[in-house]
Design a protein around this ligand. Structure first.
Ligand code: C2O
Ligand code: CU
Length: 542
């Protein structure tokens, strides 16, 4: 079932959804794309061949790639894009991950349709930390636009407002029964009464945190971001873009049809919100026609912050599965704000942002500008002028970030390609603080190359003297994406033992496009184990 080589041909294909057909970028003609299956500890190769008509890169989300950022994939961070007609052979090194991850394009908005699941099974002769499921099923959420996603991107960057919201959320590529022309294609999960199923859930949506629930069934979360968690049973899950979740489903109801439904959790003034619900069907064996019209599960309201964060903050890690414990002696403290900002509209025109401005986003009031040569090669070959060192410690630690009106001077961020350099082995604590500039919003913050412990969350301003006393350093989850609550904060810890250049960004694509990202450069350590591998011979040229 597992393989050590995969061929990914990036190509256009026609797909029909919501009664209309368009050409989309795919891998091997599939939407969602092919599933990669490996064993814990494997190293594999994926030959990426770009037969499309635009630049592309592919990223293996949550695969830590120890010492090997070369094939991590983010465009202009670790490589230049693979041009049409060109190939790149990417090495994937799985170290401690076990569970579900995913891969996706990391170039403009191409990940909307270029994504798929990665399943990492336990090593031979070892097993899951929970009951062996009868079957395992990937459940991939995405968003579908009737128009071309390149157009959606171009339009909002040019006009300066928010992007058009998608026309549907999809489950395994399908919008479900409630949408026109979709009914016959709705994804069906076939189950047998008395059996247990493992849903490998990926949120590949571009801009939406999602609630998901199955009518009359409970869901037990056992793994998040390919790290086991303490089992947690709820009647719904909340999953951010960038997170993956393994969820047990016990088929313990009357043989019938039941709806699985997902919809957006979405807050913030002026955020385009799509009020629709996508569905799939859980169909029991022996019930080819439903006894009655299946009912929809109860999902929390779209703006139910309590429901979202009650779920997210209740997840607990399994300390036995950490390869090293939670770092306790911190020597590198950082606090970074996450803000929505504006730039003046170019050429004295009027843009669609507040008061005719152009929307932007920032970390620590710096709106990241991607260079046109990748940072990893610039660092490795000592090429100057591509990036600047010294991610600032701004604003000051004591500041009312969530006040109703913040100084207008913060509205316009600085532009820059600033990186934060970390010494090998640093014990890092990073606090993300959302600000109420323009609007407070939830931000799923993702770091490449690492899993990190989420030691604390809170609403309002982070309090440096009080909040750390309530940190969970016993069983925090170990994840690659943390959802920072709207007008709140989250604190993470990691030990910088993976040398290289690692991207960190909000996984809401519109915020990434606006500049809510930065880069860590982790220096080499003294031993070989702490030293960057050499680059592969076929790095795409810039
Ligand atoms: Cu899903 Cu930069 O990542
Ligand atoms: Cu964000």
């Amino acid at each position: 079932q597992t393989r050590s080589h995969y061929n990914f041909v990036v190509e256009e294909a026609n797909y029909t959804r919501l009664c209309s057909t368009k050409s989309i970028l795919t891998v091997n003609g599939k939407f969602p794309g092919p599933t990669i299956r490996v064993l814990h500890g494997d190293t594999i190769f994926v030959n990426v061949h770009n037969k499309g008509n635009q630049n592309i890169t592919i990223h293996w989300h949550g695969v830590k790639q120890p010492r090997n950022p070369w094939t991590d994939g983010p465009e202009y961070i670790t490589q230049c894009p693979i041009q049409p007609g060109k190939k790149f052979r990417q090495k994937l090194i799985f170290s401690e991950e076990e569970g579900t991850l995913w891969w996706h394009a990391h170039s403009d908005w191409t990940r909307a349709t270029v994504h798929g699941a990665i399943i990492i099974y336990p090593k031979i002769n070892s097993s899951y930390t929970f009951i062996k499921p009868y079957k395992e099923i990937p459940i991939i959420f995405a968003e579908w636009w009737k128009s071309d996603v390149n157009e959606v991107l171009r339009e909002f960057l040019q006009n300066g407002g928010g992007p058009n919201s998608s026309d549907a959320i999809t489950i395994n590529g399908q919008p479900g029964d409630l949408y026109p022309c979709s009914k016959s294609e709705t994804f069906k999960l076939r189950v047998e009464r008395g059996r247990t199923y493992l849903l490998r859930v990926v949120n590949a949506a571009m801009n939406l945190i999602l609630f998901m629930s199955i009518a009359k069934h409970n869901l037990t979360v056992v793994n998040v971001d390919a790290m086991y968690t303490k089992p947690m049973t709820r009647d719904y899950i909340c999953i951010s873009p960038g997170n993956t979740m393994d969820v047990l489903l016990h088929a313990n109801q009357e043989p019938d049809h039941y709806y699985m439904a997902a919809r957006a959790y979405s807050t913030g003034v002026g955020v385009a919100y799509d009020n629709t619900t996508t569905t799939a069907i859980v169909q029991y064996k022996g019930s080819s026609t439903p006894l009655s019209t299946p009912s929809l599960p109860n999902l929390p309201d779209y703006n139910d912050t309590t429901a979202a964060f009650d779920f997210i903050t209740s997840i607990r890690g399994k300390p036995d599965n950490y390869s090293h414990g939670v770092p306790k002696k911190i020597n590198t403290h950082m606090l970074t704000t996450l803000s929505i900002n504006t730039f003046p509209c170019p050429n004295n025109q009027s843009c669609e942002g507040p008061n005719g401005t152009k929307l932007a986003a920032s970390m620590t009031n710096i709106s990241f500008q991607a260079p046109n040569f990748d940072i990893l090669e610039a660092y490795y070959y000592h090429i100057h002028g591509v990036y600047k060192k010294g991610f600032p410690n701004f604003p000051p630690d004591i500041f009312n970030f969530t006040a109703d009106s913040l100084p207008l001077t913060l509205l316009t961020p600085k532009r820059g390609t600033k990186v934060k350099v970390l010494k090998y082995g640093s014990n890092v604590e990073l606090v993300f603080q959302d600000t109420n500039l323009i609007s407070g919003l939830d931000h799923p913050m993702h770091l490449h190359g690492y899993s990190f412990h989420v030691v604390g969350y809170g609403f309002g301003n982070f309090n440096k003297s009080k909040d750390p006393m309530n940190y969970n350093v016993v069983d925090p989850p170990l994840v690659n994406t943390v959802t920072v609550p709207k007008n709140g904060w989250a604190a993470i810890r990691f030990v910088a033992t993976n040398p290289g250049v690692w991207f960190m960004h909000c996984h809401l694509e519109r915020h990434l496009s606006w500049g809510m990202e930065t880069v860590f450069i982790v220096k080499n350590g003294k031993s070989l184990k702490g030293t960057l591998m050499p680059p592969p011979p076929d790095m795409p040229p810039c």
